[in-house]
Design a protein around this ligand. Structure first.
Ligand SMILES: [Zn+2]
Ligand SMILES: [Zn+2]
Ligand SMILES: [Zn+2]
Length: 146
């Protein structure tokens, strides 16, 4: 039962980070892993999970972010966005670079570039960092020229 095994793998990822598995958490985690790619918004998850209400979705995604399964991204679009975390625990607080289009508000992860280390003032414990580059994406640049 290949299908069933996959279900268990996703639930395992939740329990591994100390999240108690419930039917809805399992459904949300499985769905964002199979139906979204790259950066997705709360609205995107509502589209692929129409049976789950928005506040449950938001709370669950916040929990996943708190447990480092997701990165929360504030790209200035006014929409909460997320991407699935693929970094090790140690790297997580560095995050990775995101690039966001100011025209269509699409945001992408940049994994190829290391974030240069930033000297932090003494006495600070860094929890996380966010690097968002804003620009006009190739699709929207094309439209502007026409
Ligand atoms: Zn991470
Ligand atoms: Zn664009
Ligand atoms: Zn990302």
């Amino acid at each position: 039962m290949e299908h069933e095994k996959q279900y268990l793998d996703f639930e395992r990822m939740l329990t591994d980070v100390g999240i108690r598995v419930t039917a809805v958490r399992s459904l949300i985690w499985r769905t964002i892993n199979t139906k979204t790619s790259g950066v997705f918004s709360l609205a995107d998850t509502e589209n692929v999970l129409p049976t789950v209400d928005r506040s449950t979705l938001f709370r669950t995604l916040s929990l996943f972010a708190e447990k480092h399964l997701l990165h929360e991204i504030d790209d200035g679009s006014g929409m909460q966005k997320y991407c699935i975390c693929h970094c090790s625990d140690k790297e997580h607080h560095h995050g990775h670079i995101h690039i966001s289009c100011v025209v269509c508000h699409e945001t992408f992860c940049i994994h190829e570039v290391e974030i240069p280390s930033v000297p932090i003032p003494e006495g600070w414990d860094v929890e996380e960092a966010e690097y968002v580059i804003k620009g006009v994406c190739p699709k929207c640049r094309g439209k502007r020229i026409v």
